[in-house]
Design a protein around this ligand. Sequence first.
Ligand code: GAR
Length: 208
Amino acid sequence: MKRIAVLVSGNGSNLEAIINAINTGRITNAKIVVVVSDKEEAYALVRAEKHKIPSHVFRRQDYPSREAYDRAMIAFLQEKQVDLVVMAGFMRLVTPEFVAAFRHRIMNIHPSLLPAFPGTRGVADALAYGVKVTGCTVHFVDEGMDTGPIILQEAIPVRPDDTVESLQARIHTLEHRLYPQAIDLWVRGKIKIIGRRCFIDEQETGLA
Ligand code: GAR
């Protein structure tokens, strides 16, 4: 049984999708042992409570530096014996020390086709740029911002009448399917990383 920590900052719809995937067997052999937020007001914490999942808030202002903040979080996650750290709308860049503590065991989801439009405004930036196709990316976290090895990506067309909200909504639907799929692949040991490329077991239909 793999032990997962989900890191959140906001609404937590991806957290909810992951919980549902575990409850319905689309993610096998894994359990969310804790939800961690950097924001006390994150609605994701309400979702965790509804599902009786323990949660913890790490407030940035309680620590003197980013390094001290991340060190506290590393110790906390190690104490919980976390195998996989899943960032789901967690809007903080982690330190190299955090990456090293969980190398290739931190996933993130991003609402664009990376390496295009990294950062916190992926959907708005893609729309403003005028791309005709965008999508979402699940990747491992490395020291850069949204630069780690890509696990899964899926594209959707941008419609002429799209707003940030309408495009975001369609990307969310995509994310809620893609993230559980990537987590399940990892839990079942189906992802091999060579350099910065991820290879998925060819028997995983529709993915190879
Ligand atoms: C998601 O769309 C995720 O891709 C994005 O935040 C949203 C969180 O939604 N993450 C980033 O932009 C990271 N740079 P949620 O709280 O409803 O899961």
